[in-house]
Each structure stands twice: as structure tokens, then as C-alpha cells.
Design a protein. Structure first.
Length: 340
């Protein structure tokens, strides 16, 4: 194996079953293809299945067994605290990387300027690799996040390009920058913690780059389930937490977010019942904690700039994107797929 700074990978598992085995096998194969050793750390978050045993059989370097599901943020923080690499790869257990994935990230890391803290792979849908699942995170000018190009045809990219941040489903983070901004905020439990982290890295002067040479395939919501009440509750709650911690505080931004949130909750309720409303109520109960977090961040303010935000997307294009993503998440529910 080539000598040099180690690359660490943190995989948080929760009832991940065979997906975890496939994920780790592909990661090890990609590392071998690159001639590089990747330190693999699996944090099992109180699974009821054999996820921890599968991690051991896959020869993960470290397997942490939590007695309960403490949330993604806590488990990711545990894994990162044990990592020895200068860069840490966050990878969901339902993500399968291509053979050239690790070598693509290593090449980008070697040429990255010191202010680059996040390297973002080109993630496609496992059900249809010709469709983008996520090419990073973007945030619009009122503070609403979205996954870059989600649901669009995966046009070939030749060069790295800037994005707002990386999805915790698959991204490489510079450990020095992570420590400087305080790591992952655990109040999110799961979902949108990556957007909050991207905000803080951007404000501290760091950049994120999409790396087209690093390709992976994502099943999506394999543990919780896409369209489940649990996910609807967490996303609704966490959107409110995110807006309170990071969102622009102008009257325009707050008014638009109120309208969008009411619409989002109303549409989502049709499929999952009252979960979105319960999530927003729970966010109100956490106001004291989020106030504490904002005060703490102000006392150690690392802000060197305000990030450049994307223009607000039109409602029609937003709904169309969500529909395409839903179709890729549930390919069996569509008898005929339109040709691409």
C-alpha cells in the first residue's frame, strides 16, 4: 500500500443488513484499486439485526456498538473522534462506490487548496445510474436547502466545480476544518445536519468542491424508509431548527419560509398523516436549546464571510424535481419508465 496520510471512513449503521456488507465490500475494493489503505470505522446505532456482526466480518478496523439509537449526529461524532486520518469520509451504508471512487477523491485531495474542506462525490440513484441522486448541497437566498441536480439526467462532468457543501450520505471532510467549526450538531438526530455543517464551514471561509471522478450509487432511505412518518417528522422538525440556527433573518426570507413550510406540511400530510405538524411542534419545544447553540456560536464566532446563496427556484421546477426523485426512490411503483 502507498504510504502517506490515512483516509478514514465513518459508516453509521442502523438495521442496515446486507446493504452494509455490500457498502463495505465496495469501499475496500475501491481502496485496493487505488493502492491505498482506508481506515473503516462502523458505528452501529443499536441495530436489531446483525449489522455489527456484518461490519466485523467485513474486517472494519473499528466497530462501535451503541446500546440504543442515539441519532446519526451522535454516532457520526463518535466515529470521527476515533478516526486517525487527515480526511474523513462519511458514507451511508446503502451507498455503493465505484472502483475509481477512492482514487478520484485522493487525486482531488492532493490538489486541493488549504481552504477546501469538503470534497463531494457524484452520487447516482442505484435504481437508475443515469439519474443524479446528489451532487452536493445548495441553499437558496431564503435559506431553503436542496440536493444539487437531484432527479436530473447525469450529464458527464469533466472538472471539479464549487458547491455549497456535501451530503453526509457521501462526502469527504478535512478533519482540521471539522474540529475548527465544532463538528456535527447532534440536535438534528438525523437529516439536515449536513446542511448546518456546510453553513458553518462556508462562514468560516472554507469551500466545497464536486469531484466528478468519484462516482457512487445510493439506494436512499434504506433504513427509515422514504415517505415514512418517521422521516417526515424529522425533516419537518429539522427544517425549523436549521432555519433558526442558520437561515437568513430578513423579513422577506422569514415570510417566504413561513409560506413554504405551510405548503410543505400540507402536501406531506396527505401521505404520512400528522407527522410533519408534530415535527414543527417539537421544533418549538427546542427553542431554548437552539438559542443556547446560537449564543455559543456567537461567542466563538469564526465568521469571515457570508456564503453566496442560490436564486430561489420556481415552485414548478421544485415540484418536478421532487416528483423525479420520488420516482427513483420507488421504481417498482411505476410500471413504465419514460426513456432517457
Amino acid at each position: 500500500m502507498t504510504t502517506g496520510p490515512e483516509l478514514s471512513a465513518v459508516v453509521v449503521a442502523w438495521n442496515s443488513g446486507p446493504s452494509l456488507s455490500t457498502c463495505l465490500e465496495a469501499l475496500r475494493a475501491s481502496a485496493a484499486h487505488a493502492g491505498w489503505e482506508v481506515e473503516i470505522i462502523v458505528v452501529d446505532n443499536g441495530s436489531a439485526d446483525d449489522s455489527a456482526e456484518r461490519a466485523g466480518r467485513a474486517e472494519a478496523h473499528v466497530v462501535v456498538r451503541n446500546p440504543l439509537n442515539a441519532g446519526y449526529g451522535v454516532a457520526a461524532a463518535q466515529g470521527m473522534s476515533l478516526a486517525t486520518g487527515q480526511w474523513v469520509l462519511l458514507l451511508n451504508p446503502d451507498v455503493v462506490v465505484d472502483a475509481g471512487f477512492v482514487s478520484g477523491l485522493l487525486a482531488a485531495e492532493a490538489s486541493a487548496d488549504s481552504d477546501v474542506a469538503t470534497l463531494v462525490p457524484d452520487v447516482r440513484f442505484a435504481a437508475d445510474p443515469s439519474v443524479v441522486n446528489c451532487r452536493g448541497i445548495e441553499v437558496d437566498d431564503i435559506g431553503v436547502p436542496a440536493e444539487v441536480e437531484a432527479g436530473r439526467p447525469a450529464e458527464q462532468l469533466l472538472e471539479p466545480r464549487p458547491v455549497f457543501g456535501g451530503s453526509s450520505g457521501a462526502c469527504l471532510l478535512r478533519m482540521e476544518a471539522l474540529r475548527r467549526v465544532g463538528g456535527v450538531e447532534v440536535c438534528f438526530f438525523a437529516y439536515l445536519e449536513d446542511v448546518d455543517l456546510a453553513w458553518r464551514l462556508q462562514r468560516a471561509g472554507y469551500r466545497a468542491l464536486l469531484v466528478p471522478a468519484a462516482v457512487a450509487h445510493h439506494e436512499g432511505s434504506a433504513s427509515v424508509g422514504e415517505g415514512s412518518p418517521t422521516k417526515a417528522f424529522l425533516v419537518a422538525r429539522n427544517r425549523r431548527l436549521l432555519f433558526r440556527l442558520d437561515g437568513p433573518n430578513t423579513i422577506r426570507a422569514r415570510a417566504w419560509r413561513m409560506v413554504i413550510e405551510l405548503g410543505h406540511a400540507s402536501v406531506t400530510t396527505a401521505g404520512v398523516g400528522p407527522a410533519p405538524w408534530r415535527g414543527r411542534l417539537e421544533a418549538l419545544r427546542q427553542r431554548r436549546y437552539t438559542g443556547f447553540v446560537k449564543t455559543s456560536r456567537a461567542l466563538t464566532d469564526l465568521r469571515v464571510r457570508e456564503p453566496e446563496l442560490a436564486p430561489r427556484a420556481e415552485l414548478g421546477s421544485t415540484l418536478q424535481r421532487k416528483r423525479r426523485v420520488s420516482q427513483e426512490m420507488h421504481p417498482g411503483s411505476h410500471a413504465r419508465r419514460r426513456p432517457r
